[in-house]
Design a protein. Structure first.
Length: 150
């Protein structure tokens, strides 16, 4: 029995049976359009919802705003190609002393290839919070590993 997509199921030279890869090649340029039409409106609604839902609790509001900012910056980096999107927010979260915000900082700084991001992770590695410092250490190790593969 041959696996679906295996060569045994396809006669050689049959372009109609080349597989799913042929159907998706060349569509990546449309991701920004898809996000703009379908994902960003939901993100904008969530941002507005955060403002009303947490209006009475400033600490929760700050955390929710940070999560929204994190999501928008990740979209800008990964879909729009803005390499340093979210860097200044992440550096602020890193300095906040709030472990939840520092976690967002680690996740953001790891994905930004800039000296300031590496310095922010180095600072977080010496955090008094063991979870944050471990996350920063692992993020630095993953960055170093990626740099070696380049």
């Amino acid at each position: 029995m041959a696996l679906i997509g295996s060569r045994a199921n396809k006669p050689r030279g049959d372009r109609a049976s080349m597989g799913i890869a042929e159907n998706i090649i060349g569509t990546h340029y449309r991701y920004p359009d898809y996000f703009e039409a379908h994902i960003l409106p939901a993100m904008r609604r969530a941002k507005a919802d955060v403002e009303t839902r947490y209006a009475g609790d400033l600490a929760e509001l700050a955390g929710a705003r940070a999560e929204v900012a994190f999501t928008f910056a990740k979209y800008r980096r990964e879909v729009r190609g803005e390499r340093n999107a979210g860097l200044s927010d992440a550096l602020g979260w890193a300095a906040s002393g709030d472990p939840k915000l520092q976690d967002l900082a680690v996740r953001t700084l790891e994905s930004i290839d800039a000296p300031e991001a590496a310095a922010g992770l180095e600072n977080l590695r010496s955090s008094g919070n063991l979870v944050v410092s471990a996350a920063a250490r692992m993020a630095l190790e993953r960055r170093a590993s990626r740099a070696l593969r380049k």
